[in-house]
Design a protein around this ligand. Sequence first.
Ligand code: PRE
Length: 108
Amino acid sequence: MTETGTATAGATAGEVPPELAALRSSIDNIDAALVHLLAERFKCTQRVGVLKAEQQLPAADPAREERQITRLRSLATSAGLDPVFAEKFLNFVIAEVIHHHQRIAEGG
Ligand SMILES: O=C(O)C(=O)C[C@]1(C(=O)O)C=C[C@@H](O)C=C1
């Protein structure tokens, strides 16, 4: 910051370098795709939650999760994504799904 409070390091408004703007545009598209993919996944798991509640199956299936984690870690490694991050992300999503399943089973 200068004495007048103007940012000196980094671009000021209207001066975003073209490459940064292009990368941000791709990031925005990817974020939109992720939201849509997650929405589709939650539509599926909502139906799974209803099926499990109807058939009195437990909300969580740890054996299934083990297989998903093994598979996702392998996919992540092949794709150049940190497998530790991939596992954390899947666990985060699954924890939310299990909460949804429990709410459905409780009639909520
Ligand atoms: O496959 C199931 O049984 C699900 O309920 C879905 C799901 C998932 O989100 O992938 C969620 C909870 C289970 O522990 C395992 C997997």
